[in-house]
Design a protein around this ligand. Structure first.
Ligand SMILES: [Zn+2]
Length: 67
């Protein structure tokens, strides 16, 4: 099975996501979403063509929601 790695905001590092699902964002990007294998937090991973800034932005958003 293919492993999908994404940045987990809870583990604060790259982590493997289980049951990653492909999602289309409103601006036409493709992303994978799935629970972190270690802690269960939903990890979002943008697929090829992603912009790093965008990922950082999402990171901050998730941290905020966690509070
Ligand atoms: Zn985690």
């Amino acid at each position: 099975m293919e492993k999908i790695m994404g940045y987990c905001v809870k583990c604060r590092k790259m982590s493997e996501m289980t049951e990653g699902k492909e999602k289309k964002t409103s601006n036409g990007r493709t992303m994978m979403q799935g629970p972190c294998k270690k802690c269960g937090t939903t990890i979002s991973k943008f697929m090829a063509g992603e912009k790093k800034e965008k990922e950082d932005k999402d990171d901050k958003k998730e941290k905020k929601e966690r509070k």
